[in-house]
Write a protein that binds this ligand. Sequence first.
Ligand code: GDP
Ligand code: MN
Length: 382
Amino acid sequence: MDLFEYQGKQYFARFGIPISKGGVADTVDEAVEQADQAGYPVVVKAQVKVGGRGKAGGVKLANDADEVRTHAGNILGLDIKGHVVGRLWIEHASDIAKEYYASFTLDRGAKLHLGMLSAEGGVEIEEVAVSNPDAIAMIHIDPVDGLSEEQARAWVDEANLDEEARAQAAELLVKLYRCYVEGDCDLAEINPLILTPEGRVHALDAKVTLDDNAAFRHPEWEEFAGSDVEDEREARAKARGLNYIGLDGSVGIIANGAGLAMSTLDVVNQCGGTAANFLDIGGGANADVMAAALEVINSDPAVRSIFVNIFGGITRVDEVANGVLEALKRVDISSPIVLRLDGTNAVAGRQILADHLSDRLVAEPTMIDAARRAVALAGGKS
Ligand code: GDP
Ligand code: MN
């Protein structure tokens, strides 16, 4: 889950990372109230989960309440790369002597955490990586050892941060690392991390991605719920406890086991079709699970046919067959369904379905036959 800048900053603050005083506003009047409290001059900042807000006109300096009104009015409703601004963060403006870049993320290839630090911040780090890769000091951190203050100090030296910024930056990086690890982030990025003319180092921006798999140990993340723009279908599936990922094709897919679900996507593609989703119903293919799965797929208007691909192992195909029939009584499905049922008790399962087959409920003997049929019913090759 990605956080908004203001949420990211508040998350940083819990770990002692210095940020500017500020508050959120959803209206122009609220923006003025927050600006009055933060103290002028202020920066009016669009809260959208996309970078490059500054360039898009979503970050403006305001010297007084009138300027706040003007900028807040312009930024609210602004479309930044497809994200419409509905909320602002207003903070006391900082004077900037230098802009740096700092981040922690996971380097999957190295199986280590990766820290990136640059004296050339403010601009997009991808640009620096291309134009001047030597300006980025990288450090790999073993999660068992963590990041020591000594390492952090050597790191800021290597990145060539200004002398007066180094001690504070090293201290801040250790805190950011703690935030990244203890806070269960996939990404904790500060761009720009600034040095003020008075010699203070602090975070002017925050980009935080939380690791959803760690949500169970963070009840406090509840406050971020609903702020993420989730795929509606995925939200519906999650509420029903399904393992579902929305895609943009036209063949809805229900399979048992992640491996079979993946190969079902492949076979649908091989037959010239496109999958509308990945859905692994796991071992529990009873009527409840089947009804929930069909409901979620049915709610996707792009779906033109549904391919149910079950290979019974511990899951018994006769139970699946009953589950399908029961689910069809509960849910009014708008697309034709193609069944491929094999494995444990397949014969009994097919028997159960035999009397119910029609042009809306089709059975095919093999996976490839079923995929071809589902693709044809979805309107043919795309
Ligand atoms: P982004 O464009 O989405 O990354 O938004 P940022 O929060 O990074 O802001 C963009 C740029 O606006 C920064 O790189 C700064 O140059 C500038 N900026 C942001 N806050 C302040 C501030 O308090 N004072 C000044 N002088 N500039 C700021
Ligand atoms: Mn930024």
